[in-house]
Ligand binder design. Structure first.
Ligand code: E4P
Length: 217
């Protein structure tokens, strides 16, 4: 399973990279707005850091607007993936961009039927939003399970699942167990995944005992 980092914060990306965790990055307009830097400049910096897939979202509403925006964004780095919300205009855009070899990610995806359409349009990736479904008391993991089952039934589907909107480490574990190709994880959740109270307790105990045997001052 690949790990993408769900942030536009360069320092956070560098920290995760030092741990060997960055197979790619996902951004959205909200994440970019938090950084207070002009989008193109920041995305170029992120791409230089990652040298892998960097997802950037279009904001146009019509196919024409989205294709125009996407073609500019695609020049911001060598592996820019264009995120496109799932609408009829969005699907048309995916079809056009994928036929031109531009990688796409169908985002804001909340149902298996949307996932079927995205694959049919030729999306490189889809982003089902697990946490936002949980937030409104729907079973987000059930959505991932259904999409995985559908995509696995048709070997000709090449669209990869990026499980998005991750709220806790259990989401990551479950996504991995369901066979998602990618999980995009916010930096704070990575911190949570590293930690375990028994690890901390064990380290403290070993340090204490190491002092008794002269291997720790
Ligand atoms: C990633 O591509 C999504 O935009 C992101 O995971 C959404 O997460 P949120 O629901 O925490 O905003």
């Amino acid at each position: 399973m690949k790990i993408f980092i769900d942030t536009a914060n360069l320092n956070e990306i560098r920290k995760a990279k030092a741990l060997g965790l960055v197979d790619g990055v996902t951004t959205n307009p909200t994440l970019l707005a938090k950084e207070g830097e002009e989008a193109e400049t920041l995305i170029r910096k992120i791409w230089e850091e990652v040298k892998g897939p960097v997802n950037v979202e279009v904001t146009g509403m019509t196919c024409e607007e989205m294709v125009k925006e996407a073609k500019v964004m695609a020049t911001w780095g060598e592996e820019i993936v264009i995120k496109i919300p799932i609408t009829s205009e969005g699907l048309k855009t995916v079809k056009i961009l994928s036929s031109e070899g531009i990688h796409t990610n169908v985002t804001l995806l909340f149902s298996p039927s949307q996932a079927i359409l995205a694959a049919k349009a030729g999306a490189t990736y889809i982003c089902p939003f697990l946490g936002r479904l949980d937030d409104i008391s729907f079973n987000g993991l059930e959505l991932i399970r259904q999409i995985r089952a559908i995509y696995s039934s048709y070997p000709n589907i090449e669209t990869q699942i990026i499980v998005a909107s991750i709220r806790n480490p259990i989401h990551v574990i479950e996504a991995a167990m369901l066979g998602a190709e990618i999980v995009t994880i916010p930096p704070a959740i990575i911190e949570q995944m590293v930690k375990h109270p028994l690890t901390e307790k064990g380290i403290a105990q070993f340090l204490e005992d190491a002092k008794k045997i002269g291997t720790k001052k």
